[in-house]
Ligand binder design. Structure first.
Ligand code: C5P
Length: 239
């Protein structure tokens, strides 16, 4: 049985190894997994995985959002699969072949998650990028199209906003993992920052999300430890 903390993936969006270590030590009791994104990976390199594990992390999510020709993605994923991490991300904005290459390269040692549509994207961005009208008027349609591609390519799950989770779960099955960023608690000063399609922790879990990616609402809180606990309590209300 999953506890409230197991749903929380804290985004380690910090620019030094030291800061990452401090955050892991502080938040490990209240957070199930830590996400390493480009900023920290570029700073610290693959060694950051061991630093985080030693500092007490249960799980690691390597958020590299790969997007390249299938051969390059396959070869990169083979190396990632040796790092002992739980999840890794690839973009779904390319092709089924690219995601298949990622899954093959992962060799069953790390779960591949597809990034459907980033949660800062607005309909105007989709229009400016030249997408069909049906996607411009309803981003969820694009999310579902890309989720179908990720599933057909054999990925373990998808990154999507809380608004699409219900449909994704009913269409692609409860085992297909849904990870939701764009989480904003509804207490205190709520800043959406650059996120557009946001949701509270409890709402996203109620809709069926398996994990929530949460960065700034914890990192930038006056007391990050307390913010994590409050988010955990919010999740508990719907378990
Ligand atoms: O909670 P906050 O907005 O700070 O979360 C930002 C983090 O979530 C960043 O690490 C970003 O890469 C990640 N993110 C994501 N997918 C999205 C939106 C944000 O992985 N669709």
């Amino acid at each position: 049985m999953k506890n409230a903390k197991d749903y929380i993936i804290f985004a380690l969006d910090v620019d030094t190894t030291e800061a990452a270590k401090k955050n892991v030590e502080m938040l490990a009791p209240d957070v199930g997994m830590f996400k390493v994104g480009l900023e920290l990976f570029i700073r610290s390199g693959p060694d950051i995985v061991n630093v985080i594990k030693k500092a007490g992390a249960a799980g690691i999510f390597l958020d590299l959002k790969l997007h390249d020709i299938p051969e390059t993605v396959y070869r990169s994923m083979r190396i990632i699969s040796d790092l002992d991490v739980d999840f890794v991300t690839v973009h779904c904005a390319d092709s089924k072949e690219m995601i298949t290459a990622a899954v093959e390269g992962s060799r069953g040692k790390v779960k591949v998650l597809g990034v459907s549509v980033l949660t800062h994207i607005h309909e105007n961005n989709i229009r400016a990028a030249g997408f069909k009208d049906e996607f411009c008027s309803d981003i969820s349609k694009l999310v579902l199209e890309r989720t179908a591609m990720a599933k057909a390519a054999g990925s373990a799950g998808i990154i999507c906003s809380g608004h699409e989770v219900k449909t994704i779960k009913s269409r692609f099955g409860s085992e297909f993992i849904a990870v939701t960023p764009g989480i904003r608690p509804d207490w205190g000063q709520v800043a959406k920052d650059d996120q557009k399609r946001v949701m509270t922790p409890a709402q996203a879990i109620k809709n069926g999300s398996d994990y929530l990616v949460i960065g700034r609402p914890i990192r930038d809180a006056e007391d990050p430890g307390k913010a994590a606990i409050r988010i955990k309590e919010d999740i508990e209300t719907v378990l």
